[in-house]
Design a protein around this ligand. Sequence first.
Ligand code: GDP
Ligand code: IMO
Ligand code: MG
Length: 419
Amino acid sequence: MSTLVVVGLQWGDEGKGKVVHALSRNADYVVRYQGGNNAGHTVIFDGRKFVLHLVPSGILEKGKKCIIGNGVVVDPEALIEEVNFLKKKGISVENRLFISDSAHVILPYHKILDGIREKVQNIGTTKKGIGPCYADKFSRTGIRMCDYLDKGMFNILIQKNLKEKSKILGSLKTYKIKKEIFKKYSAIANKIKKYVTDTSIIINKQISENKRVLFESAQGTLLDIDFGTYPYVTSSNPVSGAVCAGSGVGPTKIDSVMGIAKAYTTRVGEGPFPTELNDGVGAYLREKGQEFGATTGRPRRCGWFDAVSVRYSVRLNGCSSVVITKLDVLDNMKRIKICIGYRYNGKILKEFPASKRIIQEVKPVYIEMPGWKKSLKGITMFKNLPENAKKYIRKIEKLIGVRISMISNGRSKEETIKC
Ligand code: GDP
Ligand code: IMO
Ligand code: MG
């Protein structure tokens, strides 16, 4: 048995897509267990750029099979669009992509409701309908893949759902949505049907046959609905513990957990961000790191590496190792800062606080390290890194309390340094 969870340790966009792509050569199956098409996982492969939103990044590796687990929320239109995009690029998903029959379905009214709620809440969501779809799931009014494919059941559930939602949407809008759903969604259901199955059976069979299964998180721990900077979070649990409920495997079947963190920090959307840099350094990181959202194109907010929040994430996920990505983005920096504590009310906090008010008000306490002022291009072994880059990595390792097993120094899977 060999199962590995790859999980984001910051506010998403840590480079999970690149790392999962690099690791999927040694995997048989790659499984997504939460989130939806709010995710944007960029993979540079054969010089071409792929942005995957729903389909696991393993699909780009020949012969590997991929699963969209029950914990994911699936927008059928977005799924078909992604499948067609992959086909156009010469990547077939036939007999390689399986979708759980228990995954909840995102429908047009979820996206509209996301927009309406945003006007009040201002979380900076992706407006993909993620929150409203998970809300329906937990209020037990959601529509699962198996219901969506059952025409009679789908009709009943849509009528029920729209009756409730018409109170917010208005009757004319509800009428239009209903028409759109019945016109479009049965055609899409016919296209999706062949991928839908009980994916828990497949995953457990693979594990019992000692096949290698990779679990790919979307988002990151600081966006987790329980552990993130609530309410500026997503509506699912990216933490590794959610793999079990989101894919239908037991905790005894998980071997190891690999956390992914950038060598600095980014965040897209609203919410607290203690090490944010609203100056030239932040702008430099955004330009050099090409920090623009893969799903919405929004500029990402940038700041220094925050060892307090990453250590918190390492604990919550039970990380056995960590990968530091985008180290090359710091190549030209003269000095580099790392946040080692939060100043609050005359005290230094060493642990990440739950309170929205506190995390919004803390001031970072930094240590400063000299940069390496050299390109990391072409380096594949830790021993060949400039001394100051080695010191930076070793310092982070000490502060977050877990082994750094790999460094990423470029966008393609070859640009990886084993430690
Ligand atoms: P994900 O959501 O965690 O998969 O991350 P995204 O794909 O949204 O954002 C990461 C961005 O950084 C993508 O554009 C990647 O191509 C890029 N990237 C990943 N690793 C590295 C790296 O080591 N160096 C550089 N310069 N870019 C990287
Ligand atoms: P990947 O998988 C970065 C953010 C949104 C918003 C908040 C809630 O590419 O790392 P939602 O649409 O989920 O209700 O939005 O979460 N967000 C992400 N930020 N990377 C992501 O995914 C994200 N998915 C959601 O910007 O602040
Ligand atoms: Mg992303």
